[in-house]
Write a protein that binds this ligand. Structure first.
Ligand SMILES: Nc1ncnc2c1ncn2[C@@H]1O[C@H](COP(=O)(O)OP(=O)(O)OP(=O)(O)O)[C@@H](O)[C@H]1O
Length: 941
C-alpha cells in the first residue's frame, strides 16, 4: 500500500513545522473534529488508502523464494550435481529405461524441501500470531466515543487519548494536556521526561523542544492529554530512524548458537566419514565404470545429506513456536521464541505483591485512632458489615479517618446491576466501602476538589485540597503512615488537636507495627485547614504541619493458588522474592503466610532505605538471602535485578506501572500484567501475564522447562538416529571387508549394506515426524523436581554425547551382524533357501534397511527420557504413535509395492525378516532400558 507521503488526498499531505500551527489549523487540515474524532467509516477509508501504521522496511520474502531457499545448502547442491551426472551418464549410455536413482533422489530432495518449507511457515505463522497478541494498543476517539484499537490501525486525523503508561502510537499534535509528561528517550536519548503543553510555538524547533507534539514510540510518564495524529507509520519521526533499527539484526540465542555449533561440528564429521566411506569403496572394490563411480558418489553424498543435522534450526523454531502457543493458552504470552527458552532456566522469580501474589481486593478491617480501635466486619466491595466500636467517641474519630480517606480519593463505588462495583485503585475504593458501612454514624461530608498532589509509588502518599460546605478550605492526605507521620506536627485526641510528642510518635509506630504484624496494609490519614493561597498553588510543599487522625488497616487476601505455586517453585529450586511498597513488617508477615519463608522462620527483609545505603557489592551479597524487599520504589527494582544477576541468577521480574518498564527490560524475563499493566510495561516485557496471576508465572516456568526438555529429546533422537545411519554404512563399508562380509564372488555389490536411495528414505520417513512429535511431548519426567538449568549448561553435554554415540554404535553393529548373517553363506542365509542367490543380497539389504527404520522408531521411545523407562509413559504422546504409524506404513509400501521396490532396490520380505527387523529395533530399546536401570541405581544410591 502507498505510504502516506504519496497520499492521494491532497488535503492530508503532511504539514511541515507542525509545532507552529494551532490545534484548529491542524484539525481543519486533517479533516477532523477534535471533540468527536473521525467516524469509524472515515478511519477505515484512510486505513485502506494509506496503509497500516507500522514501521516496516523489509517485505517478507515471497513463498516461492522461501521454498527455493530450502535447497540452499552445499550438500543439496552436491546431491543435485550427482543427480545431474547420473542423468547425463544414463543419456550417454543410450537412455534405456529410466534413470531411477536420479529420479528417486530428486523426489526425496523435493519432499525434504516441502517438509522444511511447511515447518518454517508454521513457525512464522506462530510468531505472527504472537505479535498480533502482543500488539500495542491505543485509545482513539471515533464517532465521539473512546475506543481501543491496535496501534497499527491509527490513521492520520485520529484523536489519540493519552494517559499515564500509554505508548504514543503515532506522531500527533496535542489539543489538550494536563500535567502531561512524556518519556522521549527512545527518540532523543534524553532520559528526563518532557513536559508537554498545547501552546503553539513561534518558530520551528529541534525535535526535543517540540513540546506541543508527541511522537510514535515514546511513552506517557504521567498526566493526560489528547492529540490529533499528523503522521503514521514510516512517515513518523520514528519511521525515519527505523531503517537503522532494522539493520541491527537480533542476536541468535545461546541455544541457537549451540545448535549451530553442533550442526557444524557434526556436519564436518559426517562429511569426513562420507569421504572415508567413498575412499574405502574405491579402494575395496575399485571403480570399473562411470556408473559405479556415480554410485559411489551418490552413496557418499546421500549419507552426508541424511546424517548432517541441517534441519535442526528449523525444527527448533517450530518446537519453540508450538511451545509458545501452549504458553499463550495458559495465559502466559511470550513476546518472542527465545524468551520461551530462557523461561526454563529462571532461578529467581521476583514478584510484586499486590495483585499478583494477593487478590488486590482491599477491605478496611480496623481503624486505629488516638482513643481506641474500631473493627469493621464484612469482606469485598459490598458496603455491608457491622462496626464494633468501644465508644461513640472512638467511632467519631474513626469516622474522621474514613471520611478523610474517602475524600483524598479518586476511586468510585457504584451499584451496577444489583452488585457493588469499584472503579479505580482498590486501596482507595476500600475507604469508600468502609465509609458507607459507617453511614449510620453520620452524613458523608462533601468536599469540592480544588487540587491534588497524586499518589506515586515513590511518594507513597497523596493529598487533596478542597472546599467544605461551610466554605473553609482543607487539606486531606492519606498514605503510608510512617511517611505521613513525618509530615504531621499534631494529632487528634478526644476531638482536639494536640502536639505530636516523641512519645506519641512511638505510640503510633507501635500501633502500625502491631497491625503490620497481622499482615495488614496500613494507611494513615491526616488533615489540616488550608490557607487561601494554598488553594491556588497546591503542591507537595503544602503537605506539612498536618494533623494525624489515625490509621486504617486493610486486608488484601492472598490468592489461593499463590501458596501452592510458591511451594512448587521452591521444590524446583527457584528462589521466590517478593517486592512491595508495603511496610516491611506487613510484607514479612505476608511472606510467611504465603510460604515464601518456612513456617516459624523470619523472612530476610530489606527496605528501600537500607538498599539505598548499600553499594553494589554489598547488595549482591545481601540479595543472596533476602526474600522480601519492602517500602521500595520501582527504581529500586533495577538495582535488585542487577544484584541478583551479578550473583549468577536468571531473574524474572513482574511490573505493572510505567516506572517498572526499565526493570522489566533489564530482567532476563520481564513480566507485564495483562489486565492492570500499562502499554509501556507490556512493550518492555518479555512475557505478558493474561490473568495477572502469580501461579501462571510458575506454570509458565514449568512449561518453559518442558519445552527445553523437548528440545533435548528431539536433538537426542535426531542426532543418535543419524549416528545409527552413519555407523551402519561406515561399519559395513570399512569393516565389512575385514570380517568377510563381502561375498568373494561379488565383492563390489555386497559391501554396501544400504543403497543411496535407501539412506535418503530412512532420513525422510524417520526424522521429521518423530522429532516433531517429541517437540510436543507432554511432561515425562517431573521437570519441577530438579534445580534450574545452569545458564551456561549445554543442551548436549558429555553424558548425552556418550549416550548418543553408544546407541548409534549399537545400531551400526546390530545391522552389520544381521547383514552378515543373512548374506549367502551366513548363519541366517538358510532362511532365504529357495530364494535365488542373486536375490539373497537384496533380501539381506532390505532387511537391514527395514531394521534401521525400526531402530529409529524404537529409539524415539528411548529419547523421551534420560532416566525413566520408556514403558512408564509409553502412550502419552499420540503424535509419536501417529508418526510411527506413518513411518511403518511407508516402510511396508517401500518394501512390498512393486513400483517402489524397483525405485528403492528392495524386495518383498517374509514375516521372519520383518520379525528380525522389529527384534533389532527392540534390542535398541532394551539396550537403553538397561542403561537407564543402571543410571537410576547409581544416581539413587
Ligand atoms: N492510593 C493510595 N493513596 C495513598 N497511599 C497509598 C495508596 N496506595 C498505597 N498507598 C500507600 O503506599 C504504600 C505503598 O503502596 P504501593 O502501591 O507502592 O505498593 P504495593 O501496592 O505494595 O505495590 P506492589 O504492587 O509492588 O506490591 C502502601 O503500603 C500504602 O501505605
Amino acid at each position: 500500500m502507498a505510504p502516506f507521503s504519496r497520499a492521494k488526498d491532497p488535503k492530508l499531505t503532511p504539514l511541515d513545522a507542525l509545532e507552529t500551527r494551532t490545534p484548529q489549523e491542524i484539525a481543519e487540515h486533517f479533516g477532523v473534529d477534535a471533540e468527536q474524532g473521525l467516524s469509524a467509516a472515515e478511519a477505515e477509508r484512510r486505513l485502506n488508502e494509506y496503509g497500516p501504521n507500522e514501521l516496516r522496511t523489509t517485505e517478507r520474502e515471497s513463498a516461492f523464494v522461501r521454498f527455493l531457499r530450502q535447497f540452499a545448502d552445499p550438500l543439496v547442491y552436491l546431491l543435485l550435481v550427482a543427480i545431474g551426472i547420473s542423468v547425463v551418464a544414463w543419456a550417454a549410455e543410450g537412455a534405456e529405461g529410466l534413470p531411477i536413482d536420479g529420479i528417486v533422489v530428486a523426489v526425496i530432495v523435493l519432499a525434504n524441501a516441502v517438509l522444511g518449507f511447511v515447518q518454517e511457515n508454521k513457525a512464522a505463522d506462530a510468531v505472527a500470531a504472537l505479535s498480533a497478541m502482543t500488539a500495542t494498543r491505543a485509545t482513539v476517539l471515533r464517532d465521539g466515543l473512546m475506543v481501543s484499537v491496535p496501534a497499527s490501525e491509527i490513521v492520520v486525523g485520529d484523536v489519540l487519548v493519552l494517559g499515564e503508561g500509554d505508548a504514543v502510537g503515532a506522531d500527533a499534535r496535542l489539543v489538550s494536556a494536563t500535567s502531561l509528561q512524556v518519556q522521549e528517550a527512545s527518540l532523543t536519548g534524553e532520559s528526563t521526561g518532557v513536559t508537554k503543553s498545547v501552546d503553539t510555538l513561534d518558530a520551528p524547533q529541534q525535535i526535543g523542544d517540540r513540546v506541543n507534539l508527541v511522537f510514535k514510540g515514546t511513552a506517557v510518564a504521567r498526566g493526560v492529554g489528547r492529540a490529533i495524529v499528523t503522521r503514521t507509520g514510516m512517515d513518523t519521526e520514528m519511521g525515519r530512524v527505523a531503517t537503522l533499527l532494522d539493520a541491527t539484526e537480533s542476536e541468535p540465542s545461546p541455544l541457537e548458537r549451540e545448535i549451530a555449533r553442533v550442526s557444524r561440528t557434526l556436519g564436518i564429521l559426517v562429511i569426513a566419514i562420507a569421504v572415508v566411506v567413498m575412499l574405502a569403496l574405491v579402494l575395496v572394490n575399485g571403480v570399473h565404470s562411470v556408473a559405479e563411480a556415480i554410485q559411489v558418489l551418490l552413496l557418499g553424498v546421500s549419507l552426508a545429506v541424511a546424517a548432517v543435522p541441517e534441519g535442526l534450526p528449523a525444527i527448533l523454531s517450530l518446537v519453540l513456536a508450538i511451545g509458545v502457543r501452549v504458553l499463550a493458552q495458559r495465559n502466559a504470552v511470550m513476546k518472542d521464541l527465545h524468551s520461551a527458552e530462557t523461561l526454563g532456566s529462571v532461578s529467581v522469580i521476583a514478584s510484586d505483591k499486590t495483585g499478583t501474589l494477593t487478590k488486590n481486593e482491599m477491605t478496611v478491617r480496623e481503624v486505629v485512632t488516638a482513643s481506641g480501635r474500631v473493627t469493621l466486619e464484612g469482606v469485598g466491595y459490598t458496603p455491608k458489615g457491622k462496626l464494633l466500636a468501644p465508644s461513640l467517641a472512638v467511632l467519631a474519630e474513626a469516622a474522621l479517618v474514613l471520611n478523610g480517606g474517602a475524600r483524598a480519593n479518586n476511586a468510585q463505588l457504584a451499584k451496577v446491576d444489583g452488585s457493588w462495583q469499584i472503579q479505580g485503585d482498590p486501596t482507595e475504593a476500600a475507604f469508600l466501602v468502609a465509609e458507607r458501612k459507617l453511614e449510620a454514624a453520620g452524613p458523608i461530608p462533601a468536599l469540592e476538589r480544588l487540587g491534588e498532589v497524586p499518589f506515586s509509588s515513590e511518594r507513597k502518599m497523596m493529598s487533596v485540597i478542597g472546599r467544605r460546605e461551610d466554605g473553609t478550605a482543607s487539606i486531606l492526605a492519606k498514605g503510608a503512615p510512617d511517611v505521613l507521620l513525618d509530615r504531621c506536627a499534631s494529632e487528634y485526641v478526644d476531638g482536639s488537636e494536640v502536639p505530636l510528642t516523641a512519645e506519641r510518635r512511638d505510640y503510633w509506630q507501635a500501633q502500625i507495627r502491631d497491625l503490620a504484624e497481622q499482615g495488614y496494609r496500613t494507611l494513615g490519614v491526616a488533615l489540616r485547614d488550608a490557607d487561601e493561597c494554598e488553594c491556588d498553588a497546591f503542591d507537595d510543599s503544602c503537605e506539612r504541619d498536618l494533623v494525624f487522625v489515625g490509621v486504617a488497616s486493610i486486608i488484601d487476601p492472598a490468592r489461593d493458588e499463590s501458596v501452592q505455586a510458591i511451594a512448587e517453585a521452591h521444590g524446583a529450586g527457584i528462589k521466590v522474592v517478593m517486592i512491595t511498597g508495603d511496610h516491611p513488617i506487613t510484607a514479612a508477615r505476608i511472606a510467611q503466610d504465603l510460604g515464601i519463608v518456612g513456617a516459624g522462620e523470619q523472612a530476610r527483609t530489606l527496605t528501600g532505605a537500607q538498599l539505598d545505603a548499600m553499594d553494589a557489592a554489598a547488595l549482591v551479597e545481601a540479595a543472596r538471602d533476602v526474600s522480601v524487599y519492602a517500602r521500595v520504589s520501582p527504581e529500586h527494582k533495577l538495582r535488585i535485578i542487577a544484584a541478583l544477576r551479578e550473583g549468577g541468577a536468571i531473574v524474572s521480574m513482574t511490573g505493572d506501572g510505567v516506572n517498572d518498564a526499565p526493570a522489566l527490560k533489564s530482567a532476563d524475563i520481564g513480566i507485564a500484567m495483562g489486565i492492570t499493566g500499562t502499554e509501556v510495561t507490556k512493550q518492555a516485557s518479555h512475557m505478558i501475564l493474561g490473568d495477572d496471576n502469580y501461579a501462571t508465572i510458575v506454570a509458565a516456568v514449568r512449561q518453559g522447562r518442558v519445552i527445553f526438555d523437548n528440545i533435548k529429546k528431539f536433538m537426542r533422537y535426531l542426532l543418535s538416529s543419524n549416528m545409527g545411519e552413519v555407523a551402519t554404512i561406515f561399519l559395513g563399508v570399512v569393516f565389512g571387508g575385514l570380517i568377510g562380509l563381502a561375498d568373494p564372488a561379488n565383492p563390489a555389490a555386497t559391501v554396501v549394506p544400504l543403497l543411496a536411495t535407501q539412506i535418503l528414505w530412512v532420513n525422510l520417513v524417520t526424522d521429521s515426524g518423530p522429532a516433531l512429535a517429541m517437540g510436543v511431548d507432554p511432561e515425562v519426567d517431573d521437570v519441577m523436581a530438579r534445580a534450574p538449568r545452569r545458564p551456561d549448561a549445554r543442551v548436549i553435554d558429555g553424558h548425552m554425547w556418550s549416550r548418543m554415540i553408544s546407541i548409534g554404535l549399537v545400531m551400526g553393529v546390530v545391522n552389520l551382524v544381521i547383514y552378515d548373517l543373512m548374506l549367502p553363506g551366513g548363519f541366517l542365509a538358510g532362511m532365504t533357501e529357495g530364494v535365488p542367490e542373486s536375490e539373497q543380497l537384496a533380501v539381506a539389504r532390505t532387511t537391514v534397511f527395514t531394521s534401521l527404520v525400526m531402530m529409529q522408531l524404537f529409539n524415539a521411545l528411548n529419547s523421551r527420557s534420560d532416566m525413566s523407562s520408556a514403558f512408564t509413559h509409553l502412550f502419552s504422546n499420540r503424535w509419536l504413535w501417529i508418526s510411527f504409524a506413518v513411518a511403518i506404513v511407508a516402510q511396508i509400501a517401500v518394501v512390498e509395492v512393486p513400483l517402489l521396490q524397483s525405485a528403492f532396490g528392495t524386495v518383498g520380505l517374509d514375516a521372519v525378516h520383518w520379525l528380525i527387523a522389529v527384534a533389532a529395533g527392540a534390542f535398541v530399546l532394551a539396550f537403553e532400558e538397561v542403561v537407564k536401570v543402571i543410571r537410576r541405581r547409581v544416581i539413587h544410591r
